[in-house]
Design a protein around this ligand. Structure first.
Ligand SMILES: C[S@@+](CC[C@H](N)C(=O)[O-])C[C@H]1O[C@@H](n2cnc3c(N)ncnc32)[C@H](O)[C@@H]1O
Length: 210
């Protein structure tokens, strides 16, 4: 128990000393994750006026907050999370699992028959510690993201997804090649170098039923 306590204390100390945590606090952002998205967005110019955007796994809301601050009414943004998220001006938030039909119905209502230009996902799988079942669960989540795109992303649209090195990411990168024209790996500075996390941006969606 003592060891666990020490680890928690160490994590808290590291978190408070983290330059991105400090920056987020001083700039009024809800999470340090905002700087991962900001770096990718600025490099790849992901957002333009008039876009319809879905932020899957949005809470506490850093990515959505960044988009709402910069583009406001010039884009239409829906954010979805299992967890509660404090309201954000110019963002339609839906609480629930993005895989549930009731949630998908609300997303579709918001989109009013339009397909999305951009889908972004910072979702993380629920880790149990059993590697094989964690990877299987994560693969299923990534498949649901593909299903979401198949039904709702515009031909030519773009998808940004967080991945964790492992078999599910391997599966994702194999599958995504058949569904999008191009793909690039992004490891923004705010993503801790030691973390297995990275981002994969796919552009030029080719729906299979087009
Ligand atoms: C790393 S956080 C997102 C941080 C966010 N990008 C930000 O800037 O504040 C990942 C989120 O994904 C959500 N999530 C995971 N699986 C989900 C699912 N199936 N449906 C909706 N949200 C999910 C979690 O509840 C968690 O809040």
């Amino acid at each position: 128990m003592a060891r666990k306590g020490n680890k928690t204390g160490e994590w808290a100390r590291q978190h408070l000393n983290d330059p991105y945590v400090k920056k987020a606090t001083s700039e009024g952002y809800r999470s340090r994750a905002v700087y991962k998205f900001q770096e990718i967005e600025q490099q790849d110019k992901l957002i333009r006026s008039g876009m319809l955007i879905a932020d899957l796994g949005s809470a506490p809301g850093g990515w959505s907050q960044y988009i709402a601050r910069r583009w406001g009414d010039r884009v239409k943004l829906v954010a979805v999370d299992l967890l509660e998220m404090d309201p954000l001006d110019k963002v339609r938030f839906i609480q629930g699992d993005f895989q549930d039909q009731s949630v998908l119905n609300l997303i579709d209502e918001f989109a009013q028959g339009q397909r999305f230009d951009l889908v972004i996902s910072d979702m993380a799988p629920n880790i149990t510690g059993v590697r094989s079942s964690d990877e299987a669960q994560y693969e299923a989540l990534l498949d649901s993201v593909f299903d979401f795109c198949e039904a709702r992303l515009k031909p030519g649209g773009n998808l940004l997804v967080k991945l964790f090195e492992g078999s599910a990411a391997h599966y994702y990168r194999r599958e995504v090649k058949t569904k999008f024209k191009r793909g690039v790996v992004r490891k923004p500075k705010a993503s801790r170098p030691k973390s297995r996390e990275y981002y994969f941006l796919s552009t030029g969606f080719k729906p299979s039923k087009a």
